[in-house]
Design a protein around this ligand. Sequence first.
Ligand SMILES: NC(=O)c1ccc[n+]([C@@H]2O[C@H](COP(=O)([O-])OP(=O)(O)OC[C@H]3O[C@@H](n4cnc5c(N)ncnc54)[C@H](OP(=O)(O)O)[C@@H]3O)[C@@H](O)[C@H]2O)c1
Length: 253
Amino acid sequence: MQRNRPWVTVNVAATADGKLAPVDRGLTNFGGAEDRALMEQLRAAADAVLIGSGTLKAEDPPLLILNQALREARQVQRGGPHPLNVTVCSHLPATLAEMRFFLHPETEKLVFTSVQTPPELRALAARYAAVEVVPLDAAGHLDLAEVMRRLAEKGVQNLLLEGGGELNFSMLAAGLVDELYLTVCPLLFGGRTAPTPFDGEGLPTSQVRRLDLLSYRPGHQGQVFLHYRLQSPDANLAGHKNTDQDHHAEFES
Ligand SMILES: NC(=O)c1ccc[n+]([C@@H]2O[C@H](COP(=O)([O-])OP(=O)(O)OC[C@H]3O[C@@H](n4cnc5c(N)ncnc54)[C@H](OP(=O)(O)O)[C@@H]3O)[C@@H](O)[C@H]2O)c1
């Protein structure tokens, strides 16, 4: 059956207290070399990588594969060394012509934006990237179901979602996330405003999502690498009685 959206895999590195960045956003890429290697393997298997505009502005990352063997294998298998670099950004930054994401010579780029970006800025972005205008949803964000539909039309079957927490949550809430790679890192950031893997408004109790654990392994620098698949939205907590007895029966048997 032809899917009208890509298979979506989220990859995040979080601290032991569940944060993606410190409150001052001063530290990125804290997962270590093994986490970088995992990220590159996931990128190599993906047709496209998607980031939100918060991550674009905070990190300005070209979404690359640096490992030469992976790059060469991907070139042979998929016709390019790096996955398509995609961002969703209803207001494109005026400084885009100075940003590494836009300037990197080896990447193909696709930007989803809205009519809120002035036409002259959209024209500037179009010098570096394919630019598509999509409608806004009821919350005033880009309509992610439409973004997924357009990516599928372009042949994107496997999409790697690399955050941040606001975009990850909107994708989750829209039922657009299938798998999760979570690297738990031996750090504590604290801070109620520090981003977490899924921020946004949060899901109501009736809609919380269950995960199946597919694999786990310890890293060499104290990390834990977890791989989950999301269960169907119907497999939520329906019938859960929220008692200690249930908890022990479910998790300790
Ligand atoms: N540790 C990790 O693995 C990791 C990974 C990624 C990011 N990070 C960190 O996370 C932080 C950024 O995360 P963030 O949550 O602030 O930003 P984010 O999720 O990267 O981007 C959110 C922005 O994306 C745009 N967007 C467009 N459509 C959207 C939609 N339907 N739903 C939600 N957002 C939509 C919005 O900006 P517009 O109004 O412009 O459309 C929104 O403000 C940075 O500090 C970064 O370093 C860490």
